[in-house]
Design a protein around this ligand. Structure first.
Ligand SMILES: *Cc1c(COP(=O)(O)O)cnc(C)c1O
Length: 232
């Protein structure tokens, strides 16, 4: 219990210091506590320490956790894992933010289920910034086209971009990818492609590199093991 509180505090302190160092407003940075494959008790501990925003990758697991946490009213869940099209409905029912929209078909389905369930959710576009063949996400050069299609065909509001850069890369290489993401977000924002031009979300950075990501403009960092310890 103490431990998770302490870790959360430590990370929030680091985020604050990091924001200060690079002249950014700490309040514009959201910490998503990635709770995938962590126990429900650990999540409850984080909630007791006033943390309210969680990230999950696997739909069935997230759905079960949501049910187990239904007494906690003001918590929110971000989807940070790949969504198969036939699972779009559960995703909409389970999450408040879907960070991993990477194709028009999925966006159409999310939009349809939002209408059916009378639910509003935020979406981010997942970009495959490292152009890795095995990875999900739209290629950077195809992101504008995808956003235009989503805007024309659906009522979804696109809050910004999300990325998972190549895992084995060194810090300078990660920084390079984060910087490319920031530039892409700026370019798209100048074309008025996001819901709120003054606050374009940029979700990037995990336990090992969230400070680099903040230095390069992240507004959402997704931190798992540095808060909860090793996953089951
Ligand atoms: C698991 C995961 C994280 C958290 O990773 P840690 O290294 O545990 O901080 C962040 N983002 C995504 C997309 C993940 O799948």
């Amino acid at each position: 219990m103490e431990n998770i509180c302490k870790k959360l505090q430590e990370i929030k302190c680091n985020i604050k210091a990091c924001a200060q160092r690079c002249g950014r407003d700490y309040n514009e940075i959201t910490l998503v506590a990635v709770s995938k494959r962590q126990s429900i008790d650990k999540i409850k501990e984080a909630i007791l320490c006033q943390h309210k925003i969680f990230g999950e990758n696997y739909l069935q697991e997230a759905k079960e956790k949501r049910e187990q946490l239904k007494d906690y009213k003001d918590i929110s869940f971000h989807c940070i894992g790949h969504i198969q099209s036939n699972k779009a409905k559960i995703a909409v029912a389970t999450f408040d933010v879907i960070e991993t929209v990477d194709r028009i078909k999925l966006a159409r389905l999310i939009d349809r289920h939002c209408n059916e369930l009378d639910k509003k959710i935020k979406i981010l576009i997942q970009v495959n910034i490292g152009r890795e063949p095995q990875k999900h996400g739209v290629l950077p050069e195809e992101s504008e086209q995808l956003i235009r299609e989503i805007t024309e065909e659906t009522n979804l509001e696109i809050s910004g971009l999300m990325t998972i850069p190549p895992l084995t890369k060194s810090s300078p290489e990660k920084r390079h990818y984060f910087r490319e993401m920031k530039q892409l977000a700026n370019n798209l924002s100048e074309k008025n492609l996001f819901k709120n031009k003054t606050k374009v979300e940029l979700s990037m950075g995990m336990s090992s590199d969230y400070q680099i990501a903040i230095e390069e403009g992240a507004t959402i960092v997704r931190v798992g093991t540095a808060i909860f310890g090793a996953r089951d």
